[in-house]
Design a protein around this ligand. Structure first.
Ligand code: MG
Ligand code: MG
Length: 257
C-alpha cells in the first residue's frame, strides 16, 4: 500500500532531507586519501545527532544470520555498488570511486540520499564518465516526477541515460517509497518500459536511486552479508535523492546548497 503524506508530513520530511543534505556536505569535505571509511562514518553520525536526528541505517535490517547494519552510512568503493560497511581497516585512496549513502530520521520521518565521489584525480576517463552519467540519470528521472506521470517513467528515464552511454543499470536493488519507514511501497526499478504502474500524485514521496555499472548489471553479496558488488568486478556508481510529488511537479527534499 502506498502511504501518501500530508503537507505537514512533507514538511517534516523536508527537515529530514535538509539534515541528510547537510551530512553529505560535511562528510564530502572530510574525504581525502588516507581517511578510513570508519572516520567518515563517525563524522556523519556526529553531525546527524547534533541536528537532533537519528541515523536511519544503524541497526537496520538484521535477519536470520545477517547482523543488523553496524554503521550510520554506507561506504562503497569501486566495484562495490551499495551497502559497503565502514571499517577502520578500509583506507580511501587517490583515484577511488567512493559511493556514500546517507539516511536520517527526524520527528519520525526519513530522508535518504547518496552520492559517488572520485577521490583526487579520476583513475580513468571511463570512471569520470560513469559518475557523470549516473548523476545525469538521476536528474533525468527527477524530471519525470510530476502529477499524472506513471511510476515506470522514472526507471525508463534512468535506463535510457545509462544504457545510452554504454553502461548497465543494476536490476536487483531498486528505489522506494519513503516516509515513517525508510523503505515503503512502491518499489522503483531503474529500468523498464515507460507508461506503466500507478499515476504519481501529490503526497507521494520517493527515493530514486540509480545504480550504474561499467560492465554487466549482475551483482553478488560479499561474505559480510551486506556489501553488494558487481559480479564482473567493474566499477559502479550510485546517486539518490528523496523527492516529493507536489501539485505542479516535484520537490527534491535532499537537495544540496
Ligand atoms: Mg540510500
Ligand atoms: Mg534508498
Amino acid at each position: 500500500m502506498i502511504i501518501y503524506k500530508s503537507p505537514d508530513e512533507v514538511d517534516r520530511m523536508r527537515t529530514a532531507g535538509r539534515i541528510v543534505a547537510g551530512t553529505i556536505d560535511r562528510v564530502t569535505r572530510a574525504v581525502r586519501p588516507g581517511v578510513t571509511t570508519a572516520e567518515l562514518d563517525a563524522v556523519a553520525e556526529a553531525y546527524i545527532r547534533e541536528q537532533g536526528a537519528t541515523p536511519s541505517f544503524k541497526g537496520y535490517g538484521g535477519s536470520g544470520r545477517r547482523k543488523p547494519f553496524p554503521a550510520s552510512i554506507c561506504t562503497s568503493l569501486n566495484d562495490e555498488i551499495v551497502h559497503g560497511v565502514p571499517s577502520r581497516k578500509r583506507i580511501v585512496a587517490e583515484g577511488d570511486l567512493l559511493s556514500l549513502d546517507f539516511g536520517a530520521v527526524w520527528d519520525g520521518f526519513h530522508g535518504d540520499s547518496a552520492v559517488t565521489l572520485i577521490v583526487g584525480e579520476p583513475p580513468s576517463v571511463e570512471a569520470e564518465k560513469l559518475v557523470r552519467v549516473t548523476e545525469e540519470a538521476l536528474e533525468a528521472a527527477i524530471s519525470q516526477v510530476r502529477p499524472g506521470a506513471r511510476l515506470s517513467d522514472i526507471g525508463a528515464a534512468v535506463q535510457q541515460v545509462a544504457e545510452g552511454a554504454g553502461f548497465s543499470v543494476v536490476r536487483e536493488y531498486v528505489g522506494h517509497g519513503i516516509g515513517r519507514s525508510m523503505h515503503e511501497e512502491p518499489q522503483i526499478p531503474n529500468y523498464g518500459e515507460p507508461g506503466r504502474g500507478v499515476q504519481l500524485k501529490p503526497g507521494l514521496v520517493v527515493a530514486v536511486e540509480p545504480m550504474v555499472n561499467v560492465g554487466g548489471w549482475e551483482t553478488r553479496v560479499l561474505a559480510d552479508d551486506w556489501t553488494v558488488v558487481t559480479e564482473d568486478g567493474s566499477l559502479s556508481a550510485h546517486f539518490e535523492h528523496t523527492i516529493a510529488v507536489t501539485e505542479d511537479g516535484c520537490e527534491v527534499l535532499t537537495a544540496r546548497g
